[in-house]
Design a protein around this ligand. Structure first.
Ligand code: FE2
Length: 431
């Protein structure tokens, strides 16, 4: 993509509440930010009209190799994680490079339209052909001008349980996959799960890579691989570079044990990723009533000093039939499931799909500040909590200082006697 000419965004509200802010973008960076900036002669201007300008959405946990494959070769009847994994296993032999690329690119179009400009995607490495790895490495290059796509080598069928998985995973890293993944709770025994965590953390440390494991994605309160993950993170000096994804067993753990566990995670500077849309549908499937929610303990982790992001995880695939790349829908579900309804908590939910997720991915120069990359999304809302409430329209999406998607403010005409001719869903509560 050609370098964008300078762009001046006028009259924006920022997520921290600052109002009437101008942002000057030049050479792919934020060059100036403040009130009433002087407009260089002939510069392109975008009037934000007081709408919320945010750094772009970031999805810290996704599966782009499976996305948009819903119904292939059949639907998930039980709705469980395990049937989803089995179904994906049925589909794998039928995958083609072209179909994988086509679906991933279609999803990336959705993502850009939603202001989602950075995605960490796990990619299954248990197929010795590494078809999905090659397809997503191709997609990563194709979308680079508009999306930061980070790939995780993910042994879906188990590092030790699946023959050849370790060799395939190493090959994927050599081909250019960025992050080491894992799935300890799917190994045959607890001991194998712990051993897989050790092996994968040592592999990442030796190669200077980050780690992101699917960890304890079950309702089993005794699934404690996250403790092992924190231990090896400390032992190998990987602090701040390791993520535990899902961590749903924490929902069912004994409170005393969690009171010991959370400080251990904070000490290891482990990042946590909850996937609210998926956790609320996949977990608790073996319960009658009451049914557990199954999402990890988000407010408690945040209070304990752990960085927590929300991921989309799945869209129209063997595990989840819904979704449209909307991280505000993800934040909304996280807010509800975790009962994060206070003002500060609602803003934490917005952070979970923006700044916190950027920290998980280790994105450099992310944010709305001078020197940061000229990436942003203009939302038809006046505050982060209103953006979540309304799943606000993305009025403009800016990448590298260029508007790459835009839409008109949503408006509905009313025809009611004695009432205004249109309806405005924005409304601020008094503070
Ligand atoms: Fe996942």
């Amino acid at each position: 993509m050609q370098a964008a000419p300078p762009l001046l965004i006028r009259h924006a509200t920022l997520p921290d509440g600052r109002q009437d802010i101008d942002v000057l973008m030049r050479d792919g960076r934020i060059d100036a930010l403040g009130s009433a900036l002087p407009a260089p002669e002939g510069i392109e201007q975008l009037d934000a009209r007081g709408w919320l300008l945010s750094p772009p959405f970031v999805d810290a946990h996704f599966h782009m190799d499976a996305t948009l494959s819903l119904g292939l070769p059949r639907l998930n009847l039980s709705g469980t994680l395990l049937e989803g994994i089995a179904l994906w296993g049925e589909l794998k032999p039928q995958l083609t490079q072209d179909a994988l690329v086509e679906r991933a690119l279609a999803y990336c179009d959705w993502a850009v339209a939603r202001g989602l400009l950075a995605i960490r995607s796990h990619v299954d490495v248990c197929d010795p052909r590494l078809l999905a790895v090659e397809a997503l490495l191709h997609v990563k290059e194709r979308v680079k001008p508009w999306i930061d796509l980070q790939l995780v080598a993910f042994p879906q069928d188990g590092l030790l349980r699946s023959p050849g998985a370790m060799a395939n995973l190493v090959r994927a890293l050599e081909l250019g996959v960025d992050v080491v993944g894992g799935i300890p709770h799917f190994e045959r025994t607890m001991a194998d799960g712990a051993e897989s965590v050790r092996l994968l953390c040592e592999l990442a440390a030796a190669r200077g890579l980050r780690v992101d494991m699917h960890c304890d994605e079950s309702d089993d309160p005794l699934s404690r691989h996250v403790e092992t993950l924190a231990f090896h993170t400390q032992r190998l000096g990987l602090q701040g570079r390791v993520t535990g994804s899902h961590l749903t067993s924490m929902h069912s753990m004994d409170n005393y044990y969690v009171s010991k566990l959370i400080p251990l995670l904070a000490e290891a500077q482990l990042h946590a990723v909850a996937n609210p849309l998926i956790n609320i549908t996949l977990q608790g499937r073996h319960d009658t009533y009451p049914k557990r929610r199954g999402m990890t303990r988000v407010p408690e982790l945040l209070a304990g000093g752990v960085n927590v992001a929300f991921g989309h995880d799945c869209v129209m695939d063997p595990w989840y039939a819904m979704g449209s790349a909307d991280m505000l829908e993800v934040a909304s579900m996280g807010l509800h499931v975790a009962q994060m309804t206070g003002l500060a908590a609602m803003r934490q939910c917005f952070d979970a799909v923006t700044v916190n997720a950027a920290r998980v991915m280790g994105l450099a120069d992310y944010g709305l500040a001078v020197g940061c990359r000229a990436d942003a999304v203009l939302l038809q809302a006046r505050s982060p909590e209103e953006a979540i409430r309304l799943r606000a329209a993305r009025l403009a999406v800016v990448r590298g200082g260029r508007v790459v998607a835009r839409c008109e403010p949503a408006q509905v005409s009313l025809d009611l006697p004695g009432r205004p001719g249109s309806v405005d869903f924005t409304r601020q509560a008094p503070r």
